[in-house]
Design a binder for this molecule. Structure first.
Ligand SMILES: Nc1ncnc2c1ncn2[C@@H]1O[C@H](COP(=O)(O)OP(=O)(O)OP(=O)(O)O)[C@@H](O)[C@H]1O
Length: 296
């Protein structure tokens, strides 16, 4: 997969505050990349720098293999803060004004209104929209030039559950068109539900990154019990795909190497005449991992 955004040792300091500390990461084409971290962890600073609105203190980045320029910027749509639309103008009229400023084709307005689910509300004044509709219109404005990449900062902030669901749905719809999406969020749930990849930031430092699937799968734990634990422990010692195990209460807690599942354990125990009385798959939640990551 082509690399859309390549960040290398990017740093930014504000007085005594190290807002970002040598961040290195790559965003692949077609991914939905979540920058996850608590407030003040450096997410907005990162997005601001790669969008060329904040000057980097150190390090570098490139878009589509080139340094940032007018041409690369035309390939990126961004929504860093809620834009000011004209309250008394309709959704369509507001988009026409944005299209004019951006030099976007006016034919793209109807396409974008349909994309964000406001096609039937195009003649409604902006002021009568719900917050979720306003946010979708803002995302639509960012999509006017049909960019390859969409960058969003906290896209569901302040929305009610329905608004959140609609915006998440929209993000997935845009990604399904083959666009790359980079979004900052302090909500683990959002990143888990929407993103394919994620980077966890804390105090400007990268704490972990990778595919969301890998981060989930890597932490599958099993809890097993049998009438006698000694033969279980002896066998676990010998099974090459058992990454870790430790006796706990009446059973054993274990993690397996990638690619192995509870079925493998069950089969191998049974082959040694060990009948498991319990086999529980405990997926360590991403939330528990996230809390651990930002705590350590
Ligand atoms: N213009 C600025 N001047 C001084 N300090 C700043 C400035 N912008 C950000 N900071 C500080 O840099 C750190 C990172 O801020 P940043 O806004 O990037 O974090 P964030 O993860 O986006 O958090 P939030 O979601 O609260 O915006 C914070 O400590 C913040 O107070």
């Amino acid at each position: 997969m082509a690399i859309v955004l390549d960040i290398n040792g990017l740093s930014k300091r504000y007085g005594n505050i190290q807002a970002l500390d040598a961040l290195t990461l790559q965003v692949e084409e077609g991914s939905i990349y979540g920058l996850l971290g608590p407030n003040g962890s450096g997410k907005t600073t990162t997005l601001g720098m790669v969008l060329d609105v904040i000057r980097p203190g150190g390090g570098s980045f490139s878009w589509f293999g080139s340094s940032v320029s007018k041409t690369t910027k035309q390939r990126i749509g961004a929504l860093l803060e809620t834009p000011n639309f004209y309250p008394y103008l309709t959704a369509k009229r507001n988009l026409q004004m944005v299209a004019h400023i951006k030099g976007a084709d006016s034919a793209s307005i109807n396409r974008v209104l349909d994309l964000v689910g406001l096609g039937t509300r195009s003649n409604t004044p902006f002021k009568s929209f719900s917050l979720g509709m306003k946010q979708r219109l803002a995302i639509g404005a960012a999509m006017l030039n049909d960019p390859e990449v969409l960058v969003l900062d906290e896209p569901t902030n302040g929305l009610d559950p329905q608004g959140i669901a609609e915006v998440r749905d929209l993000i997935l719809r845009i990604a399904a068109q083959g666009k790359t999406i980079i979004l900052a969020s302090h909500l683990l749930d959002e990143v888990e539900k929407v993103c394919t990849h994620m980077a966890v930031l804390r105090s400007g430092k990268l704490m972990a990154n990778g595919s969301v699937g890998d981060m989930l799968a890597a932490q599958e734990q099993l809890f097993i019990c049998a009438a006698a634990l000694e033969p279980v422990l002896a066998l676990l010692e010998r099974l090459p795909y058992v990454a870790q195990f430790r006796p706990e209460k009446e059973g054993v807690l274990l993690t397996l190497s990638e690619g192995y599942t509870s079925q493998d354990i069950n089969r191998d125990m049974f082959a040694q005449d060990i009948v498991l009385s319990q086999l529980i798959v405990r997926r360590k939640s991403l939330e528990a991992q996230f809390m651990e990551i930002i705590k350590n």
